[in-house]
Ligand binder design. Sequence first.
Ligand code: ROI
Length: 168
Amino acid sequence: MNIVYIGLGANLVDPQAQLIKATNALSTHPAIKSLVVSSFYSSKPMGPQDQPDYVNAVARFETALEPEALLDQLQDIELRQGRVRKDERWGPRTLDLDILLFNNETISTPRLTVPHYGLCDREFVVFPLLELAPQLVLPNGSTLKQIADKLPKNGLTTLPSKEIKEIL
Ligand code: ROI
């Protein structure tokens, strides 16, 4: 089994509900086992500022799927939740599912870069990941804790789980 961490993000059409729906899609997927999801976080947009705040989380699971087959499955979930790929770089989205880590592997193909290129400088990835895996060591040998200690939170806040449960 492969151990995978993915990032979840949304800032359109009820972002918290999008993340809950995506979490349900992952937890019922036949190729995905032992799913654990971090708290949900509210984050300021990285990139253009004229877009709503994001809701972000990180999930860990086990799968026998190879990296690109997993990517296909994640993109399928994005599309089913109304994701429209626009030309605009770093624009708003209903759901983004990014493979952050795949075992301890470094992957570079036209479709996939793992670890995710933005992992270390995105507070909305590093802190939810730290919540799930406080002892994590990246493929390049740095510890997640070292990265988190140097990274500003930029307004990142944990959403109360009461608020999350209300939409379930
Ligand atoms: N900004 C935040 N805060 N969260 C995201 O998930 C996110 N995703 C993106 C860009 C547009 C880079 N900005 C983001 O793809």
